[in-house]
Design a protein around this ligand. Structure first.
Ligand code: FAD
Ligand code: NAD
Length: 154
């Protein structure tokens, strides 16, 4: 099957946008991700999917912890930055929750310990057990057909 056809089909699934953060060997690392899902309420589990080409894979493998920062519609620049479209003038404000770096003013910061990891194809799925949560008001940044957007009510 053609890669472009697969991506176009997956792009029809509208998602929010997150930046995954972690700290390994005293270095903070962030990466934009939309492959995120709530998995279980008891215990409280989430899943993320990290490409084998991403530097984040080695970082989380080392730290065994990660944070899912759900972005607001005012954080598109951060999403672009952490997807590799570097904005030199951008100031990234990290805050610390339970010794983990988080992105300030996100709609939610979900701090996790890695419970299990599964290699599937060219990605690794990390199941995270949630240890800490912070929630803020705001509207979500969205991603659909490879483009950013906002939720339109009504
Ligand atoms: P790099 O490419 O080195 O880092 C990412 C960027 O973050 C760089 O610009 C770097 O300068 C900056 N950065 C990192 N740490 C810091 C720091 N401490 N301070 C300031 N800047 C920093 N890939 C997946 O594997 N899974 C997904 O679910 C996924 N979803 C995506 C969703 C969207 C909407 C987009 C646009 C991309 C998505 N990607 C996903 C692709 C992924 O975001 C990019 O391939 C990314 O560049 C991979 O990051 P990396 O870990 O290799 O690190
Ligand atoms: P796109 O139009 O190719 O992606 C549309 C959708 O396809 C994405 O939302 C995602 O669901 C899926 N997808 C894209 N690349 C994938 C990959 N390598 N593995 C698994 N699923 C993938 O591209 P875009 O939306 O313009 O994305 C910009 C860049 O970010 C591309 O390099 C893309 O590969 C990468 N990206 C990777 C993932 C991922 O690894 N899960 C997700 C989104 C975007």
């Amino acid at each position: 099957m053609d890669d472009r056809l697969f991506r176009n089909a997956m792009g029809k699934f509208a998602t929010g946008v997150t930046v995954i953060t972690t700290e390994a060997d005293d270095v903070v690392h962030g990466m934009t991700a939309n492959a995120f899902m709530s998995v279980s309420l008891d215990p409280k589990l989430v899943v993320i999917s990290i490409s084998h080409k991403a530097r984040m894979l080695e970082k989380i493998t080392t730290s065994k912890r990660f944070v899912v920062n759900i972005l607001s519609d005012e954080q598109k620049d951060l999403s672009m930055h952490f997807a590799g479209q570097v904005r030199e003038d951008l100031i990234v404000n990290f805050e610390t929750i339970n010794n983990m770096p988080t992105i300030k003013d996100s709609l939610a910061n979900i701090v996790c310990n890695v419970k299990t990891s599964y290699i599937e194809g060219d990605h690794t799925l990390f199941i995270g057990e949630v240890t800490d949560l912070v929630i803020n008001d705001g509207e979500p940044l969205t991603y659909f057909e490879g483009k950013y957007g906002k939720v339109v009510n009504g």
